[in-house]
Design a protein around this ligand. Structure first.
Ligand code: HSE
Length: 320
């Protein structure tokens, strides 16, 4: 018997076209769950993973949950032993912030187990360590919205400066996940190392426009700002159906589409749920035509982020 805590953390859309590595938002319901409990052996142990098809590592130095919790314990100077059980709700290599959701849920649960030594904002750097292990880059545009919810801007990485942004009423997201797997490390390797002055000006204008649109609830401005001249031109080539879907949703009143994180998932933003569902139907037609399986999720922007699902004393409830 012993105390356990279970937390859920949501899927996220990183970059949101105009904010490469600096902007992301959280999705409702889709996500990962992590249960943690103390052990008396003074070690971090991943006792099991469900829903990953056996693909994720159990070794504590390779698993995103344990790497994140280890970073937290290091900050505390603690040698507390913790058992970790991960329930994957998100597909791997999908561009929906799968590794980030595992780390965010692990940190949310461990923070409560340890008596809340950290604020939610303070958990973000620990989760970034697990992104470094998972995909070779310690970006925060998935982990920050997964922990904090809503739209989040990473104004700077050194030192980390995170800004929670407003969420316009009624805005919906359609996630279109084609059945192919893309590793973030691979999608990062196709990126150009340099961009021109002209491209930099365009990207700055669009990210500034997007943020102004969130504050003004100006969806026409938001739509005009959904452009990416940095990552999309190289990455779209790795995603079958990307441009076909963009064309297919032009006339239905959606706000625009882009690559979710490093792909292959495509996000569509819409001013209401009806248009978001219509975008989903269009996506199914597009992918049927090119003969590729696809999952479609429609969601509001999740303003809550990671949260505690359950906690108690009955350690038996943690599967090992
Ligand atoms: N900003 C990161 C990238 C997100 O685009 O590589 C990865 O999900």
């Amino acid at each position: 018997m012993g105390q356990f805590v279970t937390a859920f953390a949501p899927a996220t859309v990183a970059n949101v076209s105009c904010g490469f590595d600096i902007l992301g938002f959280a999705i409702d319901r889709l996500g990962d769950k992590v249960t943690v409990s103390f052990n008396q052996d003074g070690i971090l142990r991943v006792t099991g993973i469900e829903g990953d098809g056996g693909k994720l590592p159990l070794e504590p130095e390779k698993n995103t949950c344990s790497v994140a919790i280890q970073a937290m314990l290091n900050k505390l100077g603690s040698k507390q032993g913790i058992d970790i059980f991960l329930e994957k709700g998100l597909p791997l290599g999908s561009g929906m912030g799968s590794s980030a959701a595992s780390a965010a849920a692990a940190l949310e649960a461990a923070n409560v187990l340890l008596g809340n030594p950290f604020t939610k904002e303070e958990l973000v750097p620990f989760a970034m360590e697990s992104e470094r292990i998972a995909c070779g880059s310690a970006h925060a545009d998935n982990v920050a919205p997964s922990i904090l919810g809503g739209f989040v801007l990473i104004r700077d990485y050194d030192p980390l400066d995170i800004v929670k942004l407003p969420v316009p009423e009624g805005i919906f997201c359609t996630l279109v996940h084609p059945h192919i797997e893309l590793k973030t490390s691979d999608s990062r390797s196709v990126l150009r190392k340099q961009i021109s002055l002209k491209e930099s000006v365009m990207q700055s204008g669009n990210i500034a426009g997007f943020i102004a649109a969130l504050y003004k609830s100006d969806l026409a401005l938001l739509s005009r700002s959904l452009k990416d001249v940095i990552a999309e031109p190289s990455r779209a080539l790795l995603i079958p159906g990307f441009y076909e879907l963009r064309d297919a949703i032009k006339s239905i009143g959606s706000l625009g589409s882009g690559i979710s994180g490093s792909g292959p998932t495509i996000f569509v933003l819409s001013p209401n749920g009806d248009i978001a569902h219509e975008a989903g139907e269009k996506a199914k037609e597009v992918f049927q035509k090119i003969g590729l399986g696809v999952d479609v999720y429609v969601s509001e922007v999740n303003k809550r982020g990671a949260f505690i699902v359950s906690r108690g004393e009955n350690r038996e409830t943690i599967r090992q």
